[in-house]
Each structure stands twice: as C-alpha cells, then as structure tokens.
Write a protein that binds this ligand. Structure first.
Ligand code: FA5
Ligand code: MG
Length: 507
C-alpha cells in the first residue's frame, strides 16, 4: 500500500520512546506528527485542569471500588493489541491502513483492551486503566488520530471454597446496593437484548452450573455498574437541561399556563443496551444514552472471554470488562464542539476547566467564561458542578479543493469509517489509493489547521473507466485568523504531496 512508499524514505531505522528503543521495518507507518506526541507524559487525562482529567476523575470516583491504573507506554506488541484478545490475523482493524505500526510485531495500541491480559496477569482484579490510543481515521470534528480510552474490569473467584458468587456473597451484595441506588433515580433503562444476539453464554460457562451462575451474576453486576455510571455522568446534566428548556418555554407562555409545569417537565435519563460483538467478551453490548435528542454511544462491554483469563493464568475467575472513549463523552458533557480543542494550550480553553478542580461545596456562579452551575442534589447528595464550555470566537475558515485521477480502476478501494467493512490490505500489493493515506498526508502537512476533509465529487470516466475524486479541505485555526497567502501556500504543498506520494494524477 502507498503508506509504505510514502513513509519509507523518511523512516528512521530505530525510534526511542519513553526510554525504549524499537527497530523499524517495512511495516513502519508512524508519521512525524504522531511520533512527536508519543513521548510526552502525562497524557491529557492526567493533566491538571484538563477536561479529560475532569471526566476521568469523575468516573473514578463513581467506580471507586476499582483501582486506577495510569497509562503504560502506547507502544505495544501486536500480540497484546490483537492476538491475545482473539482478534483474527486477517481482521481489517489490523491493517496498516487503520493501525500505526513500528514494525511487524509492534504497534501503537488501538484500544486499552491491549492491557487486559497483562493487568490480569499482574494480579489486578478490579481496575480502571486510562490511556492514549491511536487509530488512522477520517478527519472531522469528532475524529482525531489520537484519543483516550478508559478500560474497566472486575472479576471474582469461582474456585472451590470461594464465596464471591455465593448467595449473599460480595457480588450479589454489590448488585443489590447498586440497584437500590438506582431505584428512586430518574432513570429509564431499555434492555431488550436477547442473550443470543449478544453472542450468548460462553461454552465454558454454559457447561458448568457454577460458572454459569457466576456469569449471570457478573452480567447483573456489569449492568448495575454501567447504568449507575451513565446516571452519574449524565443524570444531573440531563435534568438541568430539561428543566431549563421547560422554564424557557414556560416563560414564553407565562400568561396561559402557570400551574404545576415544573413537575411535569422532569424526564428520566434514558439508557439503552444494544447487542454488540467483541472477540474478547461474550455476551457483548454497547451502552447508549439519550442526550440532547439523540442516542450517544458511550462504551462497549461484556463478560470477559475465558480465553483472556486463561492466558493471564487466572482461569478460575469470571467477570466483566468495558472500554469507553473519553473525548466523545467530554464533548457532549461539557459542550466542547471540536475534538482538536483537547489539544489546545490556549488559556481561554483550559481555564474554563480549572475551577472544576477545586473540591468546592458551593459552586461559583460568577464567571464570564465558564458556565458553572449547580444542578442540585444527585443520587449521593453530593453537590456536583456542571461545567459547560463557552466557545470563544470562531475564526473564519477557508476551503480549497483537490481533484485527482486514481491510479487504476481495479485497484481503487474506498475507506469506510467503519473498519469492519474495509477489506484487509496486503502489504506487498501494488500501489492503491486509500482515503486514510490522504487524510494523514493532509494532517502531516497542515497539522491542526485542517478542520475537516470531505469527498465532494467522485465519478468514473465513461470511456477510460478511470476514477476521479475531488476532496474539499476546510482550513481553520482554533487560535487565530489565517492569512489568505498562508492557506494558499499550505494547500499548494498538500497538492504537491498528493501528486508525489499517493500515485494519483492531479486534475
Ligand atoms: C473498543 O475499543 C473495545 N476495546 C471496547 C471494549 C472493551 C469492549 C472491553 C468490550 C470489553 P470501540 O472501537 O467500539 O471498542 O471503541 C470503544 C469506545 O471508544 C467507543 O464506544 C467510543 O466511545 C470510543 N471511540 C471509538 N472510536 C473513536 C474515535 N475515532 N474517536 C473518539 N472516540 C472513539
Ligand atoms: Mg464501537
């Protein structure tokens, strides 16, 4: 694929990250912009007064029975990122079009699940692990090649003599406690997934009544845990927004109705469980929250596959795991409009999350900058503040198009945003065009000035069969107004590089 030819000329023989040196080979495809961000720690969710830190600590305080583990190096073996988890050798997510590789055996983790086996092996049974993850992906307001995930896992012993899964044992007690907390809460849980759709019970669980009962109880625990988490993250915010909307509409119809409106407007937080597939859990689910008029996917989860626990030498345990993306949740929770803002060093951004650091009892209501308000008591009677990002002026954007003919009709492949529909790519295959290569090239050239890139035209020539594509690049800085000449010069370089490195013919 083209990534090989485009990066091999500049590929270093070795790279050193966090004190470790790695040899590169023909698989190496990590661009300088990503390389330069591998070293610096702490990662964003550990930087003080960063919104991802605010979210991480919020989740950690909700799931306080779990030990918090900080990000290990992002460079992991392909074995731990894929093989250990049962991800097949030909799975599309493993392709160098989707994953950054240092060499054939070593990649940048694409998810925090890469650390499950080693963490279980280290004897950790209940933990949260937050880390940076890397995926070659499209460019828009909610996608960035680096984002952050939190993995959570809990498991308990099924060994003879253990009381963990007994009647009145620790798992059942916690289930009851968590379910009781949700009992009176403004939450509506939609959970109509059939076990079969979710992958069913694992063979090893089905075959053994003790394990089967353990798996059932672990699933009940997972559901109570994550419903509680969803409510803790979104409940207050949702209630405040519903009340504010009602007050606004009540204000506009103040003459006609003025009795009892406030009590009619409360609307429970809706949480929905849908079936999913992950090779490392069964049954598997995704959890969604109804927020601002749409379903928001917050995480993937399930009952840990026995093979994972076996590999970690903790075969007599049963439990659950989940993985969530911090940026997407933070974006909706704090009203952050663009994922690039998380990387901003602009004080106008960071200071809005600063006051949230202080464990104040009373909210600061002042503030021309941050919308900090108090939503009233939540489930725990703790008072939490709701931080809302107030965007500062957006600078003007400027778009430029680049059009080109693809190399050969039969070699064209389209990049889907959903990697499961993308076919695996053979490394030795002849040059072909992959959209992610274009995205990366633009990102390499324009850095964070490329706000989004969209395919605006695609057709094949009726006679030659050649395919033409036109992409529109939107240039905008989050921090300043761009000069016309600057954008022109930048775009010229993009066009040149597209021609030189992607094997296409500029039109
Ligand atoms: C995973 O990464 C699984 N490892 C999750 C998991 C863990 C399942 C443990 C079962 C047990 P997925 O690719 O769907 O799954 O990503 C998980 C979450 O990360 C998503 O729900 C989403 O919130 C977030 N996410 C995924 N892709 C992106 C992206 N490009 N940008 C921002 N967030 C993303
Ligand atoms: Mg998903």
């Amino acid at each position: 694929a083209s990534y090989a030819s485009s990066s091999s000329s500049t590929a270093p023989k070795t790279i050193t990250v966090l004190g470790q040196t790695y040899e590169t080979d023909d698989f190496f495809n990590v661009p300088p912009s990503i390389l330069s961000r591998l070293g610096p720690r702490p990662v964003l969710p550990y930087q003080s007064s960063h919104p991802l830190e605010l979210l991480r600590t919020h989740i950690e305080s909700t799931l306080s029975r779990c030990e918090s583990l900080a990000a290990p190096s992002p460079i992991v073996s392909a074995e731990s990122n894929f093989d250990d988890l049962g991800i097949a050798p030909d799975h599309p997510g493993r392709s160098p079009t989707d994953t950054y590789y240092i060499n054939r055996q070593t990649c940048l983790r694409t998810h925090t699940s890469a650390h499950e086996v080693e963490t279980f092996k280290a004897g950790k049974t209940r933990w949260l692990l937050t880390a940076d993850v890397y995926r070659r992906d499209e460019i828009d307001a909610s996608h960035y090649p680096i984002f952050h995930q939190m993995e959570g896992a809990s498991n308990w012993s099924t060994a003879p003599g253990s009381t963990d899964f007994d009647e009145g044992g620790v798992v059942q007690k916690e289930c009851e406690e968590m379910e009781a907390r949700l009992e009176g809460a403004q939450i509506e849980i939609e959970d109509n997934v059939s076990l079969e759709d979710a992958g069913g019970w694992q063979k090893g669980h089905e075959a053994d009544p003790v394990r089967r009962k353990a798996a059932e109880l672990a699933l009940r625990h997972l559901k109570a845990t994550l419903n509680g988490l969803a409510y803790d993250l979104f409940g207050d915010r949702h209630a405040a927004e519903v009340a504010a909307a009602a007050a606004a509409s009540q204000g506009s119809t103040a003459e006609s109705s003025n009795d009892g409106a406030a009590s009619e407007v409360s609307e429970p937080l809706r949480v929905r469980w849908i079936s999913a597939f992950f090779p490392f859990t069964s049954p598997s689910f995704e959890v969604e929250v109804w927020f601002r008029g749409q379903w928001l996917e917050i995480l993937g989860c399930g009952i840990s596959q026995q093979s994972i626990l076996d590999r970690a030498s903790v075969q007599d345990r049963v439990g659950w795991a989940f993985g969530l993306g911090l940026e997407r949740i933070a974006m909706v929770l704090y009203s952050i409009p663009d994922i690039r803002l998380f990387w901003s060093k602009d004080e106008r951004f960071l200071r809005q999350f600063q006051q949230a650091d202080q464990p104040t009892r009373m909210p600061k209501i002042d503030s021309s900058e941050a919308g900090v308000s108090d939503a009233g008591g939540n489930m725990d009677q703790r008072r939490k503040k709701l931080v809302t990002f107030r965007p500062y002026s957006k600078f003007p954007s400027c778009h430029k198009d680049v059009s080109f003919w693809l190399p050969k009709p039969d070699l064209v492949k389209d990049a889907g945003s959903d990697s499961s529909t993308t076919e695996p790519v053979e490394v030795a295959s002849p040059p072909s065009f992959h959209e992610n290569d274009l995205m990366e090239l633009i990102r390499e050239t324009a850095a964070d000035l490329a706000e989004d890139v969209k395919l605006i035209d695609s057709f094949s020539h009726p006679k030659t069969g050649r395919v033409s594509k036109c992409y529109r690049i939107n240039y905008r800085s989050m921090e300043r107004s761009l000069e016309n000449e600057e954008v022109n010069a930048l775009h010229d370089v993009v066009v040149q590089r597209v021609r030189d490195e992607l094997g296409v013919e500029i039109r």
